[in-house]
Each structure stands twice: as C-alpha cells, then as structure tokens.
Design a protein around this ligand. Sequence first.
Ligand SMILES: [Zn+2]
Ligand SMILES: [Zn+2]
Length: 271
Amino acid sequence: MYYPDCHMHSAVSPDSSAPRHVMAQAALEAGLREICFTDHFDLIDFDGNYSPDYDWTNARREHRRALEAWGDRIAIRYGVEVGNVPTDFAAADRGLSEPGLDFVLCSVHNLSLASDGVDFYAVSYDSPALCYAHLDEYFELMRQSVEWGGFDVLAHIPYPLRYMRERDGQRVGLARYEELLRHILRRAVETGKGIEVNTKGWSNATQADYIWLVQTYRALGGEIVTVGSDAHEPETVGRRIPETCRLLRELGLQYVAIYRARQPHFIPLED
Ligand SMILES: [Zn+2]
Ligand SMILES: [Zn+2]
C-alpha cells in the first residue's frame, strides 16, 4: 500500500537534531511513499515561555534541501504542528499565513500561562489526582482549540497519557472525559477537521484509546483520519504505520487521509 507518515520533526524543531533530508531518506528506506514535516510552532515553548512569533526561514531552507535530495523518490509535504493555540489565537493565525503550507496539525502540549505553561512532558506524575487536574485543563484547551478551527487535524488526542500512564505508571485514562471528547469530536466533524492516530509511546492502553476515539469520531460522521509516527530521529520514522493502517481497516475504515495544500486526499487501506 501507499504508506504515508503525516507527523514528523526535524532540526527545525528545538527537540530534534535530524536534518530534513536525513529524515526523508529514512522514510524512503522505511518503505513510505509520502511524508509531511510538522515541526513545532508552539505558542508556549518547552520552558513555559510565551512565544508568539514563528520564523519560517529555517523550515523553508531545510525543506528545499530535502526536496532537492529526495523529492523525486518520495512525496515530501510542508506542514507544521501548531501548539497551545488558546494562548494567542491571532498569533497562531499570523504564523499560519505561511504560503505553500500543505498541512496543519493542532496540539496542546502545555498548561496555560496562568498555570505556569509547563509542558505535560516535564511533569512528574506521582498521583492520579495530579494527573486528572492536568487532564481537566488539557481537554478544556483542546475544546478551545477546536472552536478556533484554524487547523486541519487534531494531533495525539491522548498526549499527556504518554507521560502519566506509559512513563510514570499512573492508572488513569480517558473514561471521565468521554462526554467532553464526544463534544470535541462532534465539533471536529461539523467543521471538516480530522483526527490523528499517533504511534509514539504506543501501548495496549494507547491502542484502546485510539480505537474508542476513531470509532466515536466515525459514528459522528467523521471520515478524516491521518497516521503519524511523531518521529524526532531517523530511527523512528514510519514506526508502526503499517500496523496502524491494518488496525484502521479492521475498524471498518476504507481510507487513510493525507493533506496537500490544506485539502484532504484519501488513500485506500490495502494489504
Ligand atoms: Zn505534539
Ligand atoms: Zn509532534
């Protein structure tokens, strides 16, 4: 099948050191046919600082280099992962006016500035109460992001659980957010937005979360599901993409989505 990976980072992001052409080569070697670079444009940076201005110079240069090296062997799309949008919706809109963008993923990585703006990754989760206090704010920020709507696909909806559950061993889950998540997914469907199955930090519990999310989104009429490895280094490019495509097919999906020029295109899910 024509395997895509619609979520990956490069040295354009502060948390990766891999040039785009190296990531593109790894994608080709992993058997992928199409990739999209989605480097971070976070309105609150990793250290919790307000960061409204995004400079595209580096992304443009890196992208050109990747296209020159591998663009005739693999489709390489120009995207971005915008994070923490409720911090400043106007700054997000300004940053996303970059010409030629293929794809915009929308994420919540940090608590709000009023709650110190800390990245969910940077917290040590030592109790379920702490987890749920953070998850309450996380999903409220996601709800506000969906209402803003200036994106294509909601990235890694269970994001903080990677660190609360898979890393720190807390027994927490999505159950108490099902009603709010149904509302978020309904608004996504109504406004033509997709959801992502993100294969980073995968576990049986992650898989169960995504099965619930995809089935609920589908039951509400949603049709746009993208897949992404969220790779920050060449070794993890395309990781679990074939298995995830198989899982989506088992869930009754016929297509996985990719984006070109901010429009969804649908790839048949085949063996
Ligand atoms: Zn992310
Ligand atoms: Zn990412």
